[in-house]
Ligand binder design. Sequence first.
Ligand code: PGA
Length: 251
Amino acid sequence: MRRPIMAANWKMNKGVAETSAFAEAFLPLVSGASAEIVIAPPFTALASLASALAGSAVALAAQNTHAEASGAFTGEISPDMLKELGCRYTIVGHSERRTLFGESDEDVAAKALALLDRGIRPIVCVGESLADRESGKALEVVARQVQGSLAGFPTDRASDLVVAYEPIWAIGTGKTATPELAQEVHSAVREALTGAFGSGAEGIRIQYGGSVKPDNAAELMAQPDIDGALIGGASLAPESFAAIVHFDSGA
Ligand code: PGA
């Protein structure tokens, strides 16, 4: 059984003070949740969120990393620095990084390996554009991204990997993929993972992302290959993120 994993991607939202207020309101709402919970605040709030989460089951994550361990990379942050702050996960290859900052599959693969090397689990994002979908290429594009972004990932570490499928046209638009459409791609992602990892692919959690909300989380999570969610907008308020975490409460 794959344990559901719900991850908040705050993007460029919330400084230290807002992050502390969130943690204070959120933690009591999710004690005893069956899903694994992850929060990825901006870099500047990682240290304070690490303290706020101490003693809770909620895991800390970063939204990006550089692949190198140290050096002349002005403005960048290394996996070691994230490890030191207590990050257990880090998002790599989000579509905003790919489209706004020019990250390639090769860049993403290098970051995923660098994280793994430091004992941080990568959440590797893939997803097609609207143009890819309209031209019938969604499955092909996503399978290629999975292969390229996981090149060299050791097969015996498959269980440390999380993949997030986020159709670009569904991110921040309020347009969620239907559960059936999402499942179709998740199943193609699982197939690509099986090509790379063999039977280990069965243990890899594949999150769906793109306008996940409290009222659509349960139907998405009911699909056989959807093992969690990567949540942007709806993760910014403690109540709505907690409601998504409790997707299985039947409420
Ligand atoms: P959204 O963002 O939930 O606001 O659509 C998801 C994401 O980009 O990770």
